[in-house]
Design a protein around this ligand. Sequence first.
Ligand SMILES: Nc1ncnc2c1ncn2[C@@H]1O[C@H](COP(=O)(O)OP(=O)(O)OC[C@H]2O[C@@H]([n+]3cccc(C(=O)O)c3)[C@H](O)[C@@H]2O)[C@@H](O)[C@H]1O
Ligand SMILES: Nc1ncnc2c1ncn2[C@@H]1O[C@H](COP(=O)(O)OP(=O)(O)OP(=O)(O)O)[C@@H](O)[C@H]1O
Ligand SMILES: [Mg+2]
Length: 266
Amino acid sequence: MLGLSGGIDSAVVAVLAVDALGADRVHGVGLPSKWSSDHSLADAQDLATRVGLHYSVVPIAPMVDSFHEATELTGLAAENLQARVRGTLLMGLSNQHGHLLLTTGNKSEVAVGYSTLYGDSAGGFAPIKDVLKTLVWDLARWRNEHARTRGEVEPIPQHCIDKPPSAELAPGQQDSDSLPSYEELDAVVADYVDRDLGMAELLERGHDPEVVARVLRLVDGAEFKRRQSAPGTKISLKAFGRDRRLPITNRWRETLPTVREGAATR
Ligand SMILES: Nc1ncnc2c1ncn2[C@@H]1O[C@H](COP(=O)(O)OP(=O)(O)OC[C@H]2O[C@@H]([n+]3cccc(C(=O)O)c3)[C@H](O)[C@@H]2O)[C@@H](O)[C@H]1O
Ligand SMILES: Nc1ncnc2c1ncn2[C@@H]1O[C@H](COP(=O)(O)OP(=O)(O)OP(=O)(O)O)[C@@H](O)[C@H]1O
Ligand SMILES: [Mg+2]
């Protein structure tokens, strides 16, 4: 089972699960909140109909409101409540029915910690945790093309592929508000994580110095999230957890003296 947001990550994970297990063994749940777009529900429903998985909807706004009445969380903590209510509900359903909850984080998000702990990172298996976001889009296009050549219905609605990625935790939010473009981010993650290049080599390869400094800081700082995340599939040279754990190297820090000494070795 998985949360179906109408976004590309949950769409690709849902289709992977249906291909692997059969539609009758896959349960998608739409969990709209106050800030969910209309297309979130429409695209989730469209995908569910195309692939024939079990689909249900549980609006979470009343539950999120109850938390707000009982607490005084603001800013990011308040936004993250939506992801945490979803994680709690999905684990409740998993617990009730004996389903395995699939968590949908991709390698780009896992790299920089772009997920809510005990929220969208909840789950027992992470099928795309080693798949960079740009490759998630490639996979989606490839899967639809595969269906077309066989005269089958394309499983993934084109709108899921075309729309900008968004956590939909705040009005109009887009991933690009908080992160470099996925093209830039994935290029740096591939060189830093998979190829194990240091700061000097990353700059030599022509990456933007500000993006490099930011991404390296985020990647090192997100180790605590990766240490408490679900296992998943390995497809790249270096999968987090299995092939790469901090501490690994201090090389890039030697060229970036402003970063707190020793953070990567703790
Ligand atoms: N080294 C460390 N060891 C243990 N704990 C550490 C820590 N560093 C920070 N912390 C603590 O971790 C907490 C911060 O982590 P957390 O509560 O998870 O939340 P946080 O990382 O602050 O926020 C989650 C981010 O992910 C984004 N997000 C969330 C959900 C879904 C999606 C999406 O793409 O759909 C994106 C969201 O917009 C936001 O930018 C704080 O309490 C902080 O003090
Ligand atoms: N409205 C929602 N209903 C159900 N699940 C949701 C909802 N919003 C988020 N989720 C869950 O949280 C996950 C993380 O959200 P995220 O936005 O990173 O992925 P996505 O929506 O699948 O793709 P994209 O990053 O392209 O928006 C989703 O894949 C889904 O499992
Ligand atoms: Mg989304």
